[in-house]
Design a protein around this ligand. Structure first.
Ligand code: FMN
Ligand code: SF4
Length: 476
């Protein structure tokens, strides 16, 4: 199924026409404002500090740390780009593992005493770069995303999964070769991990981060626990039990790292895993049929949304005195078309079964529903990169209509780091830098290569890894 490219819409009316063909109620402003009075230039005040505008850099790891979990020059370049973007909310930088067995790949950053100065230097570099380009940094709000990769842990070898799971899953266990309960984390394992998480948060505070994101998204452990409906014991079953992991980490932070603020990035809905269909295009099809009981924020069909539990989850954040929420959905491993809408799938994926605009709208609409129910939360949304030329027009309209507070940028910031600054300065967008969702930044790490924007970023274009990636894609 081929879908029209975004670049084929020559003006805002043509773009709107496509939205209406798809029956998508997505707000789009005709003109994007610039200057101090612009909608996207308005500040926000969080418990974590002042946030000088409405752009947020989403966490983006690069599979480019050292074997012992320190940043490399490639990592530093990415954080520098985050700083020069002009965005004032830095949602976590990238996923940093709280301990070795929780690393999603052998090159993921790892926070511990030995690596502390190196992790701190990323924040220092980001802030210094921001200071060079913009007048002030007291309105730059920088957090660190902390994680345990759970089912998707690969700490020692790029090609060897070492999963630690919250519950047995009929489809995902098969994909990872799990055929016994050996990989299940016991309640005692989780209690130990909570202590390790808190210890990592203490270190993040020492490294001068204003806040930490206790990651609950994308199929990693925090997220998987939220859907442990049929897990026994203290961490499964009721919503209270399924959120015990978060609640105990938050209690530990309040006691061990007072003053460190907290945000949560959460997959607010999930679908059934997908797989390539057997048509010539390998269009994605669901890997399981209804009823599907493993989707947090799902309606039980595997393909629908029910935000009643996610809304209770946000109630809980409010009770816990947390005001930073970043919404995302699904998982890049088992349903990437909902998580990061793209016209070209990653190499191990399937062709999108829907116009990627449908996926963008799904995330924006779910975020708006949660924001409406929780107006005092500061909500950063996700899924905007596929909008390409129309990202600023939609982002501005979303913020203006209080459907989210901040426009999160993922892939777009890899190809076009200066986008927020350009938009706020009223510059014409640099078309050659606009992310076209080629998915090379996902295909590369799936094949053991560092991530980056190989098609558009001249720095990555010139790397020898680009040839390697092209060869892999040619073989597909
Ligand atoms: C190369 C790459 C690395 C990513 N790393 C992380 C990560 O470390 N933590 C996280 O929460 N999300 C991560 N994501 C997901 C993005 O933050 C974002 O949710 C996704 O790309 C969709 O937003 P977009 O449409 O703006 O790209 C990553 C995505 C990509 C493409
Ligand atoms: S490789 Fe570049 S153009 Fe492709 S999806 Fe990633 S950021 Fe976008």
């Amino acid at each position: 199924m081929a879908f029209p490219r975004i670049s084929s819409y020559k003006n805002v009316d043509q773009f709107r026409e496509r939205l209406s063909e798809l029956s998508l109620d997505l707000p789009v402003d005709d003109e994007v404002q610039s200057g101090d009075d612009a909608v996207l230039a308005q500040p926000l005040v969080s418990k974590a500090g002042l946030i000088g505008n409405r752009f947020c850099i989403l966490p983006m790891e690069g599979w480019d740390g050292t074997a012992d979990g320190k940043p490399t020059d490639l990592t530093r370049r990415r954080w520098q780009n985050f700083g020069l973007s002009g965005a004032k909310l830095i949602w976590g930088g990238e996923a940093v593992a709280v301990r070795h067995d929780g690393r999603a790949n052998p090159n993921q950053l790892l926070i511990n005493d030995t690596n502390l100065k190196d992790i701190e230097s990323l924040r220092t570099l980001l802030v210094a770069t921001h200071a060079e380009h913009f007048s002030k940094t007291d309105d730059l709000c920088v957090g660190l995303q902390l994680t345990h990769s759970g089912r998707y842990a690969k700490p020692n070898d790029k090609h060897t999964a070492e999963p630690r799971i919250a519950y047995r899953h009929s489809v995902l266990d098969q994909r990872l070769g799990i055929d016994s309960d050996d990989k299940l984390l016991t309640d005692d394992d989780l209690k130990q991990l909570i202590d390790d998480f808190v210890a990592a948060c203490v270190l993040a505070q020492k490294a001068s981060f204003a806040w930490v994101d206790v990651k609950h998204c994308h199929g990693y452990l925090g997220h998987e626990l939220l859907s442990g409906f049929d897990r026994d014991g203290e961490f499964g079953g009721s919503l209270e039990n399924r959120t015990r992991f978060l609640r105990n980490i938050v209690a530990g932070i309040r006691s061990e790292a007072p003053g460190l603020e907290i945000g949560v990035r959460v997959s607010v809905f999930d679908f059934v895993p997908f797989e390539p269909g057997d048509n010539e295009e390998r269009t994605g099809i669901p890997s399981a049929t209804a009823p599907y009981q493993h989707a947090f924020g799902g309606d039980g069909s595997g393909l629908g949304i029910d935000l009643s539990e996610p809304s209770k989850f946000v109630d809980l954040l409010e009770e816990l005195d947390i005001d930073l929420l970043c919404t995302t959905c699904g998982s890049p491993y088992y349903n990437p078309h909902i998580q990061r809408p793209a016209i070209f799938p990653p190499s191990d994926g399937y062709q999108p079964p829907e116009d990627p605009l449908v996926g963008v709208h799904r995330q924006i609409a779910a975020t708006a529903e949660l924001k409406a129910k929780h107006p005092s939360m500061i909500v950063a949304g996700t899924g905007y990169s596929y909008l390409q030329e129309w990202l600023p027009n939609v982002g501005q309209a979303v913020v203006k209509n209080s459907m989210a507070d901040s426009v999160g940028l993922g892939r777009m910031v890899l190809s076009y780091p200066e986008l927020p600054a350009d938009v706020l300065a009223g510059k014409v967008m640099a078309r050659k830098k606009i992310c076209r969702t080629f998915s090379d930044c996902t295909t590369a790490p799936r094949n053991g290569i560092v991530s980056g924007c190989y098609p558009l970023d001249p720095f990555y274009k010139a790397m020898p890894e680009r040839e390697q990636l092209l060869a892999i894609k040619a073989d597909m």
